[in-house]
Write a protein that binds this ligand. Structure first.
Ligand code: DC
Length: 242
């Protein structure tokens, strides 16, 4: 069966990564969480004095970026990939509120985006990949065969994030999380470089009132359509025949 690229974009905490991970597992594709890459750069900046309060030492980050190595390794215990920063597993540390609060300004820097997009495009060269983020269908893979843009109300997203942090035994305050969700929406949508927006050819999915199972079924159906669509086109196109 021919392999495709699946781009899943949307607002923060609306379940993009859960659906992307589950789909990748189901169809045997590689899953890449592009947000984890921006989070890893943020963690690096926080731990290496690149943040001075709220301001960022851009020149230092620009110089040091080539030494920031981000990779993913499959974790057999969770069945999902963990994020590594310079060889160290940072999967839990990049998910804290402290990192969430600082990631938007880092991901708004043009040179950071350029470096991450180049790495993401390299990861998709062989296709057979599900990538989630904010600009996957617009900038990273504008020719992806299946694009989904996910949204849900800010309140329901904050609630999900709250429960996720609680389940991990981390500190969580609903109002603080809701404020963070809204603030990130605003920065993500209004930044100059690659703002969050739905690609014209992306399918819109509002999952405010959907269960995970309903969402899974919907996505599998879209996957089958996208793969079959490609197969039909291939069959009908003499140039693609051997
Ligand atoms: O998906 P997430 O919440 O883990 O993403 C963390 C931040 O990274 C988010 O505030 C926006 C940014 N991001 C981005 O700018 N582009 C992407 N492709 C993915 C994430």
């Amino acid at each position: 069966m021919k392999k495709i690229i699946i781009a899943i974009d949307g607002f923060s905490s609306c379940g993009k990564s859960t659906m992307a991970k589950d789909l990748a597992k189901e169809v045997g594709y590689i899953y890449i969480d592009s947000g984890a890459m921006y989070r890893a750069v943020t963690l690096y900046s926080m731990e290496n004095g690149i943040f001075e309060g709220e301001s960022i030492d851009r020149e230092r980050l620009r110089r040091e970026l080539e030494r920031v190595n981000i990779s993913f390794r499959f974790n057999p215990e969770t069945g999902r990939p963990d994020t590594y920063l310079n060889g160290v597993n940072v999967e839990n540390r990049i998910r804290t509120m402290a990192v969430s609060a600082k990631v938007s300004p880092i991901s708004a820097l043009d040179f950071v985006r350029e470096a991450m997009v180049a790495q993401q495009q390299a990861m998709g060269r062989e296709k057979g990949i599900v990538m989630d983020g904010r600009d996957i269908g617009t900038t990273v893979f504008p020719n992806a065969e299946l694009k989904v843009f996910v949204t849900a109300s800010p309140e329901i997203r904050a609630q999900r994030r709250f429960e996720e942090l609680k389940a991990k035994g981390q500190e969580a305050d609903f109002d603080e999380i809701l404020a963070n969700v809204k603030q990130r929406d605003d920065i993500d949508q209004h930044r100059e470089v690659s703002p969050l927006r739905k690609a014209d050819d992306a399918l819109l999915l509002d999952n405010t009132n959907l269960t995970i199972e309903q969402q899974k079924a919907w996505l599998m159906e879209r996957f089958r359509e996208a793969v079959n669509d490609g197969a039909e086109n291939t069959d009908n196109n003499p140039k693609d025949r051997d």
